[in-house]
Design a protein around this ligand. Structure first.
Ligand code: THU
Length: 129
């Protein structure tokens, strides 16, 4: 599974975004070491705080399915068209650090180009017990 295929899954997952408050639709596709792709979208809430990001939806779905090792996640986000890079928020980076090492890859797409980051780049010196 390459970065283009994973991004295509993220674009499909974005279609299910429930985002009536921000109108910002995000999709994520998480590639696990078991070979499965776990998809997620952002799910908003009238009380705002209970909102779940697309990345955490994908991770929690994977964990609940019994997956543990992960290779990469593709993230896409935007109001209408995808025209800028959407990067995981701090809370999602922390969730990634619970289950992934510093070489875990994060792909983000602006409608033209896919950029690749590692978790080590996006969350250096992360908190761990
Ligand atoms: N959001 C995500 O789903 N992932 C991110 O990485 C950043 C933000 C969602 C949360 C909220 O539903 C909307 O985008 C606007 O913040």
């Amino acid at each position: 599974m390459d970065k283009r295929e994973l991004t295509a899954f993220a674009l499909e997952a974005r279609e299910n975004s429930y985002s009536p408050y921000s109108s910002f639709k995000v999709g994520a596709a998480l590639l696990a070491e078991n070979g499965k792709v776990y998809c997620g979208c952002n799910i908003e809430n009238a009380a705002y705080s209970p909102t779940n990001c697309a990345e955490r939806t994908a991770f929690f779905t994977a964990i609940a399915d019994g997956a543990r090792g992960f290779e990469a996640i593709a993230v896409v986000g935007g109001k209408d068209e995808i025209d800028s890079f959407c990067l995981p928020c701090g809370m999602c980076r922390q969730v990634m650090s619970e289950f992934c090492d510093k070489n875990f890859r994060i792909y983000t797409y602006d409608g033209e180009e896919i950029r690749t980051y590692t978790l080590g780049e996006l969350l250096p010196e992360s908190f761990k017990l």
